[in-house]
Design a protein around this ligand. Sequence first.
Ligand SMILES: NC(=O)c1ccc[n+]([C@@H]2O[C@H](COP(=O)([O-])OP(=O)(O)OC[C@H]3O[C@@H](n4cnc5c(N)ncnc54)[C@H](OP(=O)(O)O)[C@@H]3O)[C@@H](O)[C@H]2O)c1
Length: 202
Amino acid sequence: MSIVINRVPATIVVAVARNGVIGRDNTLPWKLSSDLQRFKRLTMGHALIMGRKTYESIGRPLPGRTTVVLSRAAKELQSAYELANAETAKQVAPEKPTSGKPAPKLLFCEHFHDALTQLPQGIHPFVVGGSQIYELTLPLVNRIWLTRVLADVHGDAHMPHWPSPASAAPWPPGQWKLTYQETVPVGPKDDWPTCFEEWIAE
Ligand SMILES: NC(=O)c1ccc[n+]([C@@H]2O[C@H](COP(=O)([O-])OP(=O)(O)OC[C@H]3O[C@@H](n4cnc5c(N)ncnc54)[C@H](OP(=O)(O)O)[C@@H]3O)[C@@H](O)[C@H]2O)c1
């Protein structure tokens, strides 16, 4: 008997080097200003779901968006955050016009699906890493925005299930359809040229 998992309306956003690297020393292993600008434009007003290590690497909630941190110690982290930020924790991200209530600025959740149920209607969940959280959510989301970094890069965090150079296996693995592709030449503040792709689950 096969198990069917229902995918949810959520988007993985990731930049991956040719060799599958996504990070080094808990940070990004490149400067890609044009990719960051697109990321900001497309996610503004929505929610960013990330692992505790990626959140620590960024160090703060990103402006204009709800940040959701996944951690097995979510309750403790939420309490500590509220204690330390009694006033600022009450601030809210800008309300989307379609949503009924304001979204929180920062939330800690133990489970991906808890995070989804806590977001107001009209706020789209973007899963933004790192490696452990991509592994967890790859079977669950229905869209991927993939930036292929057109270089082999040294690093210690990798995209789960990325094919080895000798393999002709595709990524993403499984039933996905490529719906958009744009080659982005290297800009003045970019380390590498990239290719941006949108994949939709079939
Ligand atoms: N290239 C890109 O697009 C991109 C994007 C984002 C991040 N990154 C890079 O990715 C690297 C970080 O990735 P990472 O894999 O080390 O860390 P991560 O995925 O950011 O965070 C891992 C943490 O998430 C929590 N977690 C993991 N699985 C969970 C589950 N099933 N339920 C609840 N919580 C769970 C745990 O927190 P607790 O230990 O608190 O329980 C775990 O330690 C960094 O180098 C970063 O720069 C790259």
